[in-house]
Design a protein around this ligand. Structure first.
Ligand SMILES: Nc1ncnc2c1ncn2[C@@H]1O[C@H](COP(=O)(O)OP(=O)(O)OP(=O)(O)O)[C@@H](O)[C@H]1O
Ligand SMILES: [Mg+2]
Length: 261
């Protein structure tokens, strides 16, 4: 067991408002965490700290055993895979899907004059096939549907063999079929012992991939509950987090929640 992330009494204050408040949280390499919470709870802010894209106001954040503020964050970011709507928007629409994945190996966001090794090209194509995009390698990234684009971004994020993979709302805006396919793939990835630690933000318990082991529920910047998923993702904790009562069911590892009448 290796610790990949450790937050100790972390606050993040902007405009004199605590956006994160007293967060204590640790993630080990074998764990797969889902983060749930209302709009504005602080989920994306937490992801920014966990990916070394921002610093806490007080408290300490250790990412892959390095304390933020004391390390070369560029070297650290190479060891982290991150997918969010913002990471997708930064990539050039005219680039081929193969190059979108390949450029990750060289730490760039668009192809310039790099010479790529055959071994990297083969790895990019193998990863794209794993994420069901073998037929899309020569397509321009900008022509992909939202669902295809999400899978291409995940392929890009895992190209560097990261020690931690973070996904901020990967299934937002996907249709039912695309969402279910992505969930199956994330579930398979989560259950492989070769996969890195995973942290996924979602708005819906229906989008928790089977195989995810832990949950963190955030409300108003505070951890309402955190721990192994079976004891954390409960109706009582959802009510405390979202401020309304739910009926929660679990079947074959899939969760469903509806408001209590
Ligand atoms: N740099 C900043 N300055 C001021 N306020 C900020 C800043 N960053 C985030 N916030 C505020 O902090 C709160 C938490 O934002 P964050 O994006 O982390 O929420 P979230 O849980 O990801 O929400 P959503 O589910 O809508 O994506 C929001 O009210 C947001 O407006
Ligand atoms: Mg967010």
């Amino acid at each position: 067991m290796v610790n990949v992330l450790r937050f100790t009494d972390v606050t993040y204050v902007r405009d004199r408002r605590p956006i994160l408040d007293g967060i204590d949280w640790a993630v080990e390499d074998s764990e797969r965490w889902v983060i749930l919470g209302p709009n504005g709870a602080g989920k994306t802010t937490l992801m920014k700290l966990a990916t070394a894209n921002d610093y806490p106001t007080t408290g300490s954040v250790e990412v892959l055993d390095q304390r933020l503020g004391r390390v070369d964050i560029f070297e650290l970011r190479n060891r982290i895979g991150f997918v969010s709507s913002a990471t997708g928007r930064r990539l050039p629409a005219s680039e081929t899907v193969r190059d979108i994945v390949l450029t990750a190996a060289y730490g760039v966001e668009g192809r310039w004059n790099e010479q790529y090794d055959d071994v990297d090209v083969r790895q990019a194509e193998r990863i794209l096939a794993e994420w069901d995009l073998a037929d899309y390698v020569d397509r321009a990234y900008g022509t992909l549907s939202d669902g295809e684009r999400k899978r291409a971004l995940i392929a890009r994020a895992v190209m560097t063999d990261p020690e931690m993979l973070l996904l901020d709302e990967p299934s937002a805006s996907l249709d039912l079929g695309a969402r279910e396919r992505l969930l199956q793939m994330l579930s398979g990835f989560a259950q492989s012992p070769h996969s890195p630690a995973m942290i996924m933000v979602t708005h819906h318990v229906e989008e928790v991939p089977p195989g995810f082991t832990h949950a963190l529920l955030l409300r108003d910047g505070r951890a309402q509950a955190a721990g192994p998923i079976a004891e954390t993702l409960t109706a009582a904790n959802l009510e405390a987090t979202f401020g309304m009562p739910f009926e929660l069911s679990v079947s074959n590892g899939r969760y469903a929640a509806v408001a209590k009448p």
